[in-house]
Design a protein around this ligand. Sequence first.
Ligand code: ADP
Length: 162
Amino acid sequence: MPIALCPGSFDPVTLGHIDIIERAARHFDEIIVAVIRNPQKSQSLFSLEERQDLLAECLGHLDNFRIEVFKGLLVEFAKEHGADSIVKGLRAVSDFDYELQMAQMNQRLTGIDTFFLSTSPQYSFLSSSLVKEVARFGGDVSTMVPPIVAKRLRDRYGEENA
Ligand code: ADP
C-alpha cells in the first residue's frame, strides 16, 4: 500500500501546497502531510497547532490524507510511518538545486525515492513567505490562499499592527 509524505512548514498553507497534495493524493493510497516542528518557535508566524488546523480545514475534501508532525530526519520519520515515497512540488529552477541534493541524500540514507510534481503555472511564484510579505502590508492574498487562511492572516497582522 504506497504511502507518500508531503513535507513542509506550511506557515501558512497556500493554494500551491494544496494543488500538490491534491494531485499526489490521486497517485498514492495515502498521503501523510508532514508538518515540520520548527526548533525556534518564534521563526514561524503560526503555531504548530494553527498550521495543522488550517491544513485540516483546507484538505477536508480529500479522504486519503492525514497530518503528522515531524522533527529530525525526514527519512526516519518516513520509515516509522511506513511511507515509501516523498512528494515535492517544483516551482522554478531556483527550487531545483536544493531539492535535487535533498532527494539524492534521502535516497542514499534509506533508499526512499522522491517524486517531483511540477507546479501549476498559476502557483509558480507562490511561497508562504511571499504570501506573508504581501499580507503583512495589507495586500490582497485571496488568489494565493484559501479564504480561511486569508482571514487568519488578516487577523494576525491586524493584531500586530493594532
Ligand atoms: P515554502 O517553500 O512555500 O515556504 P514549505 O516549506 O511549506 O513552503 O513548502 C513545502 C513544499 O511544498 C516545498 O518544498 C515545495 O515542494 C512545495 N510547494 C510550496 N509551494 C509550492 C507551490 N507554489 N507550487 C508547488 N509546490 C510548492
